[in-house]
Design a protein around this ligand. Structure first.
Ligand code: ATP
Length: 473
């Protein structure tokens, strides 16, 4: 449902969740900034993942490796040779084009229907790596490049998705380094450091959250596919031969994590990979039903000993583990769980978003409500004095001071209460508390629940506990 997706994108901008990057300069393609509510929501998702993976698993520890890595890392991982997308050159102008940019540019000159059809054809060919088909699509549609207007093309060739830059001031080939296209390699190159200093015993895991960069070829659909994004990855090191069991374990465990956030199981499905990446002996995606269809949120990969073995070869350093139970030295096998933080953010937004019809007795009314799980909501408690006088703001501030070290609170004294409630609904605040004149007499407040819109009177000193119970659920 493209309309719902568009409404969500607008909502994200209007309520401070996501802005186009450097918008005053008309934005930058497939790059986005998180606003005041988005940054907090994203942090809450990141924290929830981090806690589930590290604090809740005695045998998983977290690290934070640098974005820049020694360039040989990407030789060993296979990214220099394998991580690429198609491009094409114009023989007359000697200019080089990304195949998708060229076709997308042409699609914009067509009617919406014809343009969409062309893009769909392109996406299918890209998925199949059908280079001859892509060239034919460009020729059949008589796509020209803007400069020379000619149609004399080379064959389609591969284009590496890694961003490169120069280390230091000397611009020779040896100083070329990459922005990491995945966080996993920062874990592999630190395997021995962590295993030895942490005295880790197999099976154990290393988790990491951090930025990754890919010069994506099909970069549309809002924050679903970005050129700069964040990954939450965990590499679980195991004894060779046990990969089937651990793969099954993590496949189930990760789905449990998703469902622990209260999402309906029908919105999720597994998608087993048939065509495997060069490093994997089994792979599955966890897919969620976005308004634009079922799409990948997380991948679970059985990576064998490919990475550690390859780093051992390239670095000429022995990367092995001595198993005291079997008295054997070996290169561990790896099960990876890899989830995009921005994609999980988009999932959380899509899953929470609801346009609710509240019309009653012929009177039209509606609201947009974000039904975030309380533990993820950017604001967890809003505190409103009914009026700006009679000591009500002071009482409200008192409650604020009591709660703000435990969770995120928001204070507001302007506008009618109904309007204030609706604004909190739109950013997904699960609880609003109103302090009124009765509070001064009996110390009770009105607590209003986002989802049911029901209100009840509770003692003011119970509020903190009510919110904490829900957050820790
Ligand atoms: P896709 O097939 O969608 O390109 P992928 O299979 O290349 O993804 P992985 O390399 O397995 O993805 O990365 C793991 C996770 O990182 C993905 O499941 C996704 O959530 C996230 N991810 C990958 N690329 C992007 C991107 N360009 N923007 C946002 N998130 C991404």
């Amino acid at each position: 449902d493209q309309n719902k997706f568009q409404a969500i994108i607008s909502h994200c901008k209007e309520y401070g969740f996501v802005f186009p990057s450097s918008e005053i300069y008309d934005g930058l393609s497939a790059v986005y900034d998180y606003g005041q509510n988005g940054a907090q929501l994203k942090k809450n998702i990141r924290d929830y993942w981090w806690k589930s993976m590290t604090q809740m698993h005695e045998n998983i520890v977290g690290i934070d490796a640098a974005i820049f890595m020694h360039p040989t890392t990407w030789k060993a991982s296979g990214h220099v040779d394998n991580f690429s997308d198609p491009m094409i050159d114009n023989k007359d102008s000697k200019k080089r084009y990304r195949v998708d940019h060229l076709i997308e540019g042409h699609a914009e000159t067509l009617s919406k229907e014809a343009g969409d059809a062309l893009i769909e054809q392109m996406d299918n060919l890209l998925k199949e790596n059908d280079f001859a088909g892509l060239k034919k699509l460009i020729e059949d549609n008589k796509i020209k490049c803007s400069v020379s207007g000619t149609v004399n093309w080379t064959d389609v060739r591969q284009f590496n998705l890694m961003f490169s830059t120069q280390l230091g001031s000397v611009t020779d080939e040896a100083s070329e380094i990459y922005l990491r296209p995945e966080t996993a390699q920062g874990i592999f190159v630190n395997f021995l450091n962590v295993q030895k200093t942490g005295r880790m015993k197999i099976p154990f895991g290393i988790a990491q959250v951090g930025k990754a960069f890919r010069n994506e070829i099909v970069a549309r659909q809002f924050i679903f596919r970005m050129r700069e994004f964040e990954q939450m990855e965990m590499q679980f090191f195991i004894r060779p031969g046990t990969q089937k069991e651990w793969y099954a374990y993590w496949k189930e465990e990760r789905m449990k994590w998703h469902l622990s956030l209260g999402t309906s199981p029908e919105k999720y499905r597994y998608h087993d990979h048939v065509k495997l990446a060069h490093y994997a002996d089994a792979a599955v995606d966890i897919e969620y039903e976005f308004p634009i269809g079922f799409k990948e949120v997380e991948g679970i990969h059985s990576r064998t000993d490919f990475d550690l073995k390859s780093h051992q070869e390239y670095s000429k350093k022995k990367i092995q583990y001595f198993d005291t139970e079997t008295n054997q030295n070996y290169i561990p096998y790896v099960i990876e769980t890899s989830i995009g933080l921005d994609r999980m953010f988009l999932l959380t937004i899509c899953n929470a978003y609801e346009e609710e019809d509240l019309s009653k007795d012929g009177k039209e009314d509606s609201r947009v409500v974000m039904r975030f799980p309380a533990k993820l909501a950017p604001v967890q408690l809003a505190i409103f004095p009914l009026t700006k006088k009679d000591g009500l703001p002071e009482l409200a501030k008192e409650l604020m001071d009591k709660c703000k070290s435990s969770f995120y609170c928001f204070y507001e004294e302007k506008d009618a209460i109904g309007r204030r409630y609706r604004r909190q609904d739109a950013i997904g605040t699960p609880f609003c508390v109103t302090i009124d004149h009765q509070t001064k007499e009996d110390n009770t407040v009105t607590i209003r629940y986002r989802d049911s819109m029901e209100q009840e009177r509770v003692p003011m000193d119970k509020v903190k506990e009510i919110v904490l119970n829900k957050i820790n659920e």
